[in-house]
Design a protein around this ligand. Structure first.
Ligand SMILES: *[C@@H]1O[C@H](CO)[C@@H](O)[C@H](O)[C@H]1NC(C)=O
Ligand SMILES: *[C@@H]1O[C@H](CO)[C@@H](O)[C@H](O)[C@H]1NC(C)=O
Ligand SMILES: *[C@@H]1O[C@H](CO)[C@@H](O)[C@H](O)[C@H]1NC(C)=O
Length: 435
């Protein structure tokens, strides 16, 4: 949250008359994500603004802790390029695919076919300071993951990254959808016959066991000591895992550890202690990474943790122009700070700890796919109003739904997979594996 971003003004935010303006920076994308994934009416009308203000909660206080978290990253080994430190530069080549050549793009992220008129956001490349990031080579990727099962586990950001990868790979080889289950196809698997590669996606927005909020109760329940069996039960079938979560932790929630309530986040009226979501986020990662270490089968497993992907709301999310920028931030114009920095830091630290814990285990490797910085530089890469087809067909309206959280496909998120490919190459090149 930069000083320039007037999130304070969002205290007066209102989506409908029903919605209490307890708007925090955090909750804007949340409410959005909620509506986006689950269009259930939000029933918080009973909570008055006074209640909110007389219950100063740590989502406010933790987000606005006085000292901004500085961006630190583990030093890459000598002679190794730090892919995550760099800048966006013009690129005349543009993306490998588009909305017509790739058939697996989720509607809400298919910006071009939804009529987004500006195209400049497609012509930028990430340039790490110390090296050149090669253009994604689909055959190279498929070759490296030959005979493997690659899984994406997490929330809609995991899905966004998965769909980017499928599109990038589709330019070389077309996958068959071999499994689809769950509302909105939350569990899917594709098979690339050409290389005996399987790629799956598992919906698990907390990674640990959680009960998502519903009409019955308006908060999530997280069981922080238990991993989500929806993915963990299949752990012995995975060779490569990408974990990507974050935004769902900002929702109102009650937290349990071994059946004891630890506390809650934004739960006025309930007799629980507000504990914010940072420690909870860390604990969820600890439980998850430990489960991966404990549950892997005889396979070697590489685990990538995609770090927190910042949202770019400017002002109210349902106002025209909620993320209006048409080009990346310039170097130095935007830094990773506050909540974005804290969430990222927790992920990077927990990956480092998992690395230490798994140091003596052959064939188990953890890496942070540290995309927070390169992503925060791309306010231009979101669908915005083009989450819906031709939003201005009947003229410009005052209120329009905006997605300033997910990424257009093609778009900046393709870079995440480009970097992941380089990391896989590096892991394979310096492999200390038996297999
Ligand atoms: C998508 O790519 C194909 C092949 O490169 C091209 O023929 C087509 O015009 C592109 N469509 C759009 C909307 O850019
Ligand atoms: C991929 O899935 C198919 C079933 O759809 C299975 O026969 C094959 O063994 C799997 N391959 C890998 C590498 O997981
Ligand atoms: C709230 O919790 C405390 C401690 O668990 C308990 O002593 C108190 O009676 C509770 N208050 C209400 C209104 O339930």
């Amino acid at each position: 949250m930069g000083a320039k971003t007037p999130f304070k003004d969002q205290q007066s935010y209102s989506l409908t008359k029903k919605l209490v303006p307890y708007a925090l920076y955090a909750l804007v994308p949340l409410i959005f994500i909620r509506l986006y994934l689950y269009p259930i009416p939000i029933t918080q009308s009973q909570r008055s603004q006074e209640e909110f203000h007389t219950n100063p909660i740590s989502s406010t206080s933790s987000i606005s802790t006085p000292s901004p978290v500085q961006e630190k990253r583990p030093k890459p080994k000598e002679n190794q390029c730090d892919y995550f430190n760099g800048k966006w530069v013009h690129d005349k080549w543009g993306p490998l695919y588009n909305g017509t050549t790739c058939s697996t793009i989720k509607d809400g992220q298919n910006c071009i076919t939804h009529g987004r008129p500006d195209m400049d956001y497609l012509y930028w490349r990430w340039r790490p300071k110390q090296c050149k990031l090669p253009r994604f080579n689909p055959s190279n990727f498929l070759q490296l993951v030959k005979n493997k099962h690659l899984v994406f586990i997490g929330d809609s950001m995991a899905r966004n990254q998965l769909e980017s990868l499928l599109c990038l790979l589709s330019s070389a080889s077309l996958p068959d959808l071999v499994y689809a289950n769950g509302e909105e196809n939350k569990f899917r698997r594709w098979n690339f016959v050409s290389h005996n590669v399987n790629i799956s996606v598992y919906w698990s927005p907390f990674l640990v066991k959680g009960i998502e909020k519903s009409n019955e109760f308006n908060y999530n329940k997280l069981l922080l000591d238990l991993v989500d069996e929806k993915w963990a039960a299949d752990m012995d079938q995975f060779d490569m895992v990408v974990l990507s979560v974050g935004h769902w932790f900002l929702h109102p929630a009650v937290y349990y550890d071994k059946d004891v309530v630890l506390g809650c986040h934004y739960c006025p009226g309930m007799n629980y202690t507000e504990i914010g979501f940072y420690d909870v986020f860390r604990k969820a990662f600890k439980t998850t990474l430990k489960a991966i270490i404990d549950r892997r089968g005889s396979n070697a497993v590489d685990v990538f943790v995609t770090t927190f992907s910042p949202a770019h709301f400017e002002g109210e999310w349902d106002k025209a122009g909620a993320c209006p920028k048409k080009e990346p931030f310039k170097e130095g114009e935007k830094i990773v700070e506050w909540m974005d920095a804290e969430m990222r830091k927790i992920e990077v630290e927990e990956v480092e700890k998992a690395k230490e814990n798994a140091a003596s285990i052959a064939g188990l490797r953890f890496e942070a796919l540290d995309v927070t910085k390169l992503s925060i530089m791309r306010p231009d890469g979101h669908p915005g109003p083009y989450m819906n087809p031709f939003p201005f067909a009947d003229g410009v309206k005052d209120r329009v739904q905006n997605d300033c959280v997910h990424w257009c496909l093609p778009g900046p998120i393709d870079t995440w997979n480009e970097i992941m490919l380089e990391m896989i190459k590096r892991l394979e090149g310096h492999s200390s594996r038996e297999s």
